[in-house]
Ligand binder design. Structure first.
Ligand SMILES: Cc1cc2nc3c(=O)[nH]c(=O)nc-3n(C[C@H](O)[C@H](O)[C@H](O)COP(=O)(O)OP(=O)(O)OC[C@H]3O[C@@H](n4cnc5c(N)ncnc54)[C@H](O)[C@@H]3O)c2cc1C
Length: 397
């Protein structure tokens, strides 16, 4: 494990040269995977197995697992720097971020037996648990309406239903599943009556879980799944029955902050690429960077990435201090996703026609960063959260 366990102080947190040893360690792993690696993986629509394996072996993906279970127990600030650096160095943390945060539900709400059985193996890479099945085709963002049902029968649950966009399932041993355990009509609040389960995919796939991969705009391993009489032992339920949505929501602030960090990494990558190209590309006898029409959009994109980064640090600092951080986590995700998308557009425009050529990596990153306007939460739903919970306006849905 190359990561430092030293927690940053507030005083040093926002300085530019922060976390250099952390950044160097991540970069030294990611730099083993060059442009050609990513282009070949993208073209073959393959999973970047060697890349995920290398990050796992170096210990970067177990940053948030407590030391007693073999992790390095880093702060969320540090974990966000890891994610940022992966994307900033040209990698795609979308292939591996699940391995860093899906297990958070077990850390926070799992039984002692679940923690002991899973966390050390996740930390060592022996087990992968990087898949989370929440979204359903007919209910989308309206999670409380989900229809997958887990019926208790003695010491097991029998689950039937359907999920969509279940990512990294084919590269996971365990999946977290959110299902209804009490019919909607019988609960006082619609957020109640949902439960969260650990599903052993090694036993279920091909039997009670049918997987249909979804070919998508990004090289993102994601699937539609059909669940048919899946048996889950009661001891695989996480926490209390009926409180599953609360447990999932508990993990969302960390997820939002880590995704924000990935966008920030992308944003810096795009700005660097755009700046370097603008400085060296000569058209009309001068570098195109001399034109304000080229230089200013790059400068503006940089300003926005920097601002998003500060909000990310603030959200992560509050999270680490166990303070409420829902507003900051959501705002950092929104700002970072917007900043990286703006930087992507600017970078592509700066490169002119070459921006479209796969060998420059820009079109790949452009597609990858676009995802974060939609997933894991869409921009509109964040604005709705801010409107309602921060500004006190009526619920808009
Ligand atoms: C590549 C990829 C990977 C994913 N991985 C996972 C995963 O691993 N696990 C998982 O559970 N899910 C995953 N998702 C699903 C993702 O979280 C959802 O796509 C996202 O939450 C939006 O839900 P939806 O697609 O059903 O859109 P909908 O809910 O149908 O919304 C469609 C559009 O309408 C807008 N909208 C809806 N309601 C309102 C409203 N009241 N006000 C304003 N606008 C509104 C939304 O913002 C969105 O832009 C993934 C998605 C993608 C594309």
């Amino acid at each position: 494990m190359v990561a430092s366990n030293t927690h940053p102080t507030e005083k040093t947190m926002h300085t530019e040269n922060n976390f250099e040893s952390l950044r160097d360690g991540v970069r030294s792993v990611v730099s083993q995977f060059d442009s050609r690696y990513w282009q070949e993986i993208d073209e073959a629509r393959a999973f970047p197995e060697k890349f995920v394996q290398a990050l796992t072996s170096a210990g970067w993906l177990s940053a948030l697992i407590p030391e007693e279970y073999g992790g390095s127990n880093l702060s969320l600030v540090e974990a966000s720097v890891i994610m940022e650096e992966i994307n900033r160095a040209g990698g795609n943390s979308g292939a591996c971020h699940g391995q860093m945060y899906v297990m958070g539900c077990v850390v926070r709400h799992g039984s002692q037996a679940q923690k002991e059985a899973l966390l050390p193996k996740i930390a060592s890479g022996e087990l992968r648990m990087q898949s989370m099945a929440v979204t359903e085709p007919t209910t989308g963002s309206d999670t409380t309406q989900l229809k997958t049902f887990a019926e208790r029968k003695g010491d097991r649950y029998i689950v039937n239903g359907q999920k969509v966009w279940t990512s990294r399932l084919q590269h996971s041993d365990y999946m977290l599943l959110l299902a209804r355990t009490t019919p909607l009509a019988e609960v006082k609040k619609k957020s109640e009556g949902l439960s969260v389960f650990l599903v052993d995919l090694r036993e279920a796939v091909g039997k009670s879980i049918t997987v249909r991969p979804i070919r998508n705009m990004v090289n993102h391993e994601t699937n539609e799944i059909f669940i048919d009489n899946l048996e889950i032992p009661v001891e695989n339920r996480i926490g209390e029955e009926g409180k599953g949505l609360k447990y999932i929501l508990d993990g969302l602030n960390a997820e939002r902050i880590l995704i924000a960090a990935e966008c920030i990494g992308d944003g810096y990558w795009f700005v660097d690429k755009a700046k370097d190209y603008a400085n060296q590309r000569v058209v009309f006898d001068r570098p195109i960077a001399k034109n304000q029409g080229i230089q200013f959009p790059i400068a503006r994109a940089f300003v926005n990435v920097e601002a998003a980064s500060l909000m990310r640090y603030e959200a992560a600092r509050l999270f680490d201090a166990q303070q409420p951080c829902g507003a900051q986590a959501n705002m950092s995700k929104l700002l970072a996703a917007d900043a990286s998308w703006e930087a992507a557009n600017v970078c592509l425009q700066t490169h002119g026609g070459f921006g479209f050529a796969a060998e420059y990596d820009i079109e790949r990153k452009f597609r990858e960063t676009r995802l974060y306007q939609v997933a894991p939460i869409s921009t509109n739903l964040i604005l709705s959260y801010v409107g309602e919970h921060v500004l006190g306006m009526p619920k808009s849905y």
